[in-house]
Design a protein around this ligand. Structure first.
Ligand code: PEP
Length: 232
């Protein structure tokens, strides 16, 4: 079983959501499908597909205009939430400390955080990928509870380029070993960044790739269903 997790970012409406969820419902798969939707689309799901959120506040409740609490996500029956996506880290200045606090809050409400880590283009150019990824990992994960890691090189997101298979293999192995050192060797490790129908099967065949986090290609059944089918 692999995780295939869609991230709709700030896209979509109710009609598009219903079309995609209905089409997924008609596909036979042993994989775990989760679609992480914008907050306005989290309520109401007649198709039995698991829905996730894209952010959670690290605070319990109170004067945090625009934020969404763990209690609210729990109330909406949400079981997964993305935390520390590179767009949140970049546009909202989310540090590893904030990401850890958000992941810890999610766990406290019985929601599995999907914790994103990954290097920038300039960190990659300087040969710092492994050290950056390890540091982000160790500083972003909660001290207790179950979680999922998504390795998403920032330069690969939405760019149409991915790391080579040997790079993905080496980085996922490093993430696995780092998790094993903290007794978390059973943590699923996903790859994300320009996944499509052409590369999904190859990437999920790499050791320690337990699934995919998919942005653009998760928006429409034309591009998402072939990915689900290709890795069954
Ligand atoms: C993402 O933003 O999580 C992502 C993987 O995007 P894309 O698949 O579009 O590169």
């Amino acid at each position: 079983m692999k995780f295939i997790i869609g991230n709709w970012k700030m896209n979509g409406n109710t009609e598009q959501k219903d079309v995609l969820l209905k089409s997924i419902k008609n596909v036979q798969t042993n994989n775990k499908i989760v679609i992480c939707l914008p907050f306005t689309l989290l309520h109401g799901n007649d198709f039995g597909i698991t829905i996730g959120a894209q952010d959670i506040s690290e605070h319990t409740n109170g004067a945090y205009t625009g934020d969404i609490s763990g209690q609210m996500l729990k109330d909406a029956n949400i079981k997964y939430v993305i935390v520390g996506h590179s767009e949140r880290r970049f546009y909202h200045n989310e540090t590893n400390d904030i990401v850890k606090a958000k992941a810890t809050t999610a766990v406290a409400y019985g929601i599995t955080p999907i914790i994103c880590i990954g290097e920038t283009q300039s960190e990659r150019n300087m040969g710092r990928t492994m050290s950056v990824v390890k540091k982000m990992l160790l500083e972003s994960v909660p001290d207790y509870g179950e979680y999922i890691i998504a390795y998403e090189p920032r330069w690969a997101i939405g760019s149409g380029t991915t790391p080579s298979v040997s790079e993905i293999k080496a980085i996922h192995e490093t993430i696995f070993k780092t998790l094993r050192n903290i007794n978390r060797e059973n943590t699923p490790i996903l790859y994300g960044g320009s996944v499509d129908e052409e590369n999904a099967k190859t990437i999920t065949s790499v050791a320690h790739v337990d699934g995919l986090l998919i942005g653009r290609a998760s928006l429409k059944s034309d591009t998402f269903l072939p990915i689900i089918k290709s890795i069954d």
